[in-house]
Design a protein around this ligand. Structure first.
Ligand SMILES: [Cu+2]
Length: 149
């Protein structure tokens, strides 16, 4: 089922749009230019679970230009990236059973999409949460903020 893309601009470079979805669904794209379609994901605090859909709008195979979406505390991002890099593509560039990871999709190749469901109980108001792509080298540009409203 293809979820409606909300706040996802097709204009390259317009990264200030916000991926706000009705209810507890969030949809975001990884664009062909190695960027996320939004710099912010907003999650309604009433949602116990969120359905998050990532679409890779590119065309290249995942080994060359795959993208995933990982959510952690911002403070954990760099160490999760380092461990994900070591874990490799076979593990979707996420260390197995990594407690720091609140949610992650698989690495998707061009044209692929995936929806994951995750619990929001680790998200709180006092910490800052980030989302990013853990494919090596991508997170420097493919990252954003997860807000709970
Ligand atoms: Cu990526």
């Amino acid at each position: 089922m293809l979820k409606k893309l909300v706040g996802a601009s097709v204009l390259l470079g317009l990264v200030s749009s916000v991926a706000v979805a009705g209810e507890c669904d969030v949809a975001i794209e990884a664009t062909a230019s190695m960027a996320f379609s939004a710099k912010e994901i907003t999650i309604n605090k009433t949602c116990k679970e969120v359905n998050l859909t990532l679409k890779n709008a590119g065309t290249m195979p995942k080994a060359a230009m795959g993208h995933n979406l990982v959510i952690t505390k911002k403070a954990d991002m760099q160490s999760v990236l380092a461990d994900g890099n070591a874990a490799g593509l076979g593990k979707n560039f996420v260390k197995e059973n990594d407690d720091r990871v609140i949610a992650n999709t698989a690495v998707l190749g061009g044209g692929e999409s995936a929806t994951i469901k995750f619990k929001t109980d680790k998200l709180n108001a006092k910490d800052t949460f980030a989302f990013f792509c853990s494919f090596p080298g991508h997170a420097a540009v493919m990252n954003g903020v997860v807000k709970v409203n």
